[in-house]
Design a binder for this molecule. Structure first.
Ligand code: SAH
Length: 243
């Protein structure tokens, strides 16, 4: 009887060590990932204007369980500083780029953000840690559905996912303080400019031929005029259009 009890207790202990040991591994991996982001931000600081990223952004990067957003066997690569396939020919962006794009937005707690290109839902989760409300649009239905379910499972109640063509923005929820686009159009879509508040900011890869994109920071001044700053050369998947 005692042996039985002891082995039952041992089993219980093992069962409890399982998830929390995995959590420790993931949180150690996130800490290393954040250190790499900090180093890369320093190296690219001259081009981006952001040699050091905000504490809040780094904290969010250190919190969101990125491994949950990488499907299948590639989960083990989730905390490497690289983009990874997520199915349907699409990718989850490199952690450094997610951090940089988030930092360029200068998110504040009361902000409402539109994301075009939900993909895995990872960038939306990072934003959800930092702002009041995130609206995100994905054109590939299976990806949008998977992201919606995962974000719900992880308890992100301030994110709304829609399936559709994000070129047209989300008129019912506009205007937005911030807009982030994670697929590259040839030029900044006019509907997105229109749905940005005065004083709002948009981060978007565009502004070149299809093989030369730049990450742009577009700011809508209080008088409605736009200023555009080119930061890094990047390579994002193209922004598709519904026909
Ligand atoms: N932000 C994502 C990375 C997305 S990759 C993440 O964190 O994982 C870019 C995504 O944009 C792809 O999933 C692609 O299907 C989507 N996309 C491409 N064109 C689009 C469009 N017109 N509207 C909405 N989503 C689009």
């Amino acid at each position: 009887m005692i042996t039985f009890l002891l082995s039952a207790l041992c089993l219980l202990a093992v069962a409890q060590a399982g998830p929390s040991a995995a959590q420790d591994t993931h949180s150690a991996q996130r800490t290393r990932m954040v250190a790499e982001i900090v180093a890369m931000a320093r190296e690219t600081g001259r081009a981006t204007g952001r040699p050091s990223l905000s504490e809040a952004v780094l904290r969010a990067m250190g919190t969101v369980p990125r491994h949950r957003f990488v499907p299948g066997p590639r989960e083990v690569l989730a905390y490497k500083n690289q983009s990874l396939p997520i199915g349907e020919g699409q990718t989850i962006s490199q952690p450094f780029l997610v951090a940089l794009m988030t930092d360029l937005l200068d998110p504040r707690p009361a902000d409402t953000v539109l994301e075009v290109g939900t993909g895995s839902g990872y960038q939306a989760a990072v934003l959800a840690e930092l702002v009041a409300r995130v609206y995100t649009i994905e054109i590939v239905e299976p990806l949008g559905r998977r992201a919606k379910q995962l974000l719900e499972e992880l308890g992100y109640r301030n994110v709304e996912v829609r399936i559709g063509d994000g070129y047209n923005g989300w008129p019912e929820a506009a205007p937005f303080d911030l807009i982030v686009v994670t697929a590259a159009p040839e030029e900044v879509p006019k509907p997105l400019i229109d749905q940005l508040k005065l004083g709002g900011r948009m981060v978007i890869p565009a502004g070149g031929s299809s093989d030369l994109q730049y990450l742009l920071l577009v700011e809508k001044q209080p008088d409605g005029t736009l200023t555009t700053k080119r930061t890094l050369p990047v390579r994002f998947v193209p922004l598709r259009r519904d026909r």
